[in-house]
Design a protein around this ligand. Structure first.
Ligand code: ASP
Length: 339
């Protein structure tokens, strides 16, 4: 990595942003190194060093590293952005530290209802599921909705039925259960607050991934349990195409995390695409304005990760921290706090 892009990362990280370009070195014609890039998040929110024990900090870093390696292996071997996004997210869904798949938050009725979406940037194909129960990896279900059904968005029992019909792994309530999430629900029930800012703070851990593959294609995906103590049937931004997830090869692939109701109202992921395509703004400027200005003005917390066709990555957030990682084969980094 050259000096220019190193200092750009240093600057960007200090502001909760990250932007870097890869493949800038000129290669002989016909001999260009094919570029690829991947970024992932594990949720944005109140993550301060003082609240983290060293063991917890290193548990998150190891988990982010493992997920990142999954995507790096696929992309460096010439695999597709869609495969990288699906497999990376599936690893995070199986990890009880994150609010997706195993370890997801409980709703008001004490159930785990999961939301996920995936989108590819060439044809704009997309698949999404919401409030689905008992499917081990909702991101895989979102992908088969995209590839094997005439639909884009399935919810509840119908989504689950489709997954079973297509041979996806199911999982019992005990697979999804963690004591920490159950205790969070009891605390939230005691306060009687649902859908508040405090409520979101306890729901940390949504996961997302964006990727550029060596064929120049972009893909994005997001998976979450939503918010602790949410009403039965509540759906956040994550599975809503254009709110929490979006990909278009002309602009970028985006995955959001934060208080979903605000991301839905801002149509956040599509708004980023629009500002680049129609507003002639650069990725970094547009993403920064949306998160640091628009979302902050609305009084909400969160962030996003995005990658464009040149492999530039941005990761703005306005909260205390965001679990995040990126790689382009030449540089890789795992970051938690504002640094
Ligand atoms: N956006 C998710 C939701 O509202 C939660 C999060 O990303 O923290 O469902």
């Amino acid at each position: 990595m050259n000096l220019k892009s190193t200092s750009c990362i240093g600057f960007a990280l200090a502001f909760g942003m990250l932007s870097c370009s890869v493949g800038q070195k000129k290669e002989a014609p016909g001999n260009e190194a094919r570029r690829w890039a991947i970024a992932l998040h594990g949720g944005a929110g109140t993550i301060s060093r003082s609240q983290m024990t060293p063991a917890r900090d290193s548990g998150y870093r190891t988990s982010l590293d493992l997920a990142l390696k999954t995507g790096e292996d696929i992309l460096s071997r010439g695999g597709s952005a869609l495969d990288a996004v699906e497999q990376t997210i599936a690893v995070l869904e199986d990890n009880p530290l994150f609010n997706a798949g195993r370890g997801a938050v409980f709703n008001r009725e004490g159930k785990v209802q999961l939301d996920a979406a995936i989108m590819e940037g060439e044809k704009g194909m997309a698949g999404a599921v919401a409030a689905v129960e008992g499917i081990r990896n909702p991101i895989r279900l979102a992908r088969i909705v995209m590839e094997r059904s005439p639909h884009v968005f399935l919810c509840g029992a119908g989504a689950r039925e489709f997954g079973i019909e297509q041979g996806l792994d199911t999982a019992s309530a005990s697979w999804f259960y963690t004591r920490e999430r159950w205790e969070q629900l009891q605390r939230q029930r005691a306060t009687g607050k649902s859908g508040s800012l405090e409520n979101h703070a306890e729901s940390l851990g949504t996961v997302g991934c964006v990727a550029l593959d060596q064929q120049g294609l972009l893909a994005a995906g997001t998976s979450t349990g939503g918010m602790t103590n949410k009403r039965e049937g509540r759906i956040g931004d994550s599975p809503v195409i254009g709110a929490g997830t979006w990909a278009d090869n002309r602009t970028c692939a985006v995955s959001c995390t934060g208080h979903g109701e605000y991301f839905l109202r801002l149509a956040m992921a599509h708004e980023l695409h629009s500002r680049i395509l129609h507003g002639n703004q650069g990725l970094e400027k547009a993403a920064g304005a949306l998160i640091l200005e628009e979302l902050s003005k609305a009084g909400a917390q969160g962030g996003l990760i995005a990658v464009d066709g040149k492999g530039r990555i941005v990761m703005p957030f306005n909260s205390e921290g965001m679990f995040r990682a990126f790689s382009n084969g030449k540089s890789r980094k795992i970051v938690i706090y504002r640094e």
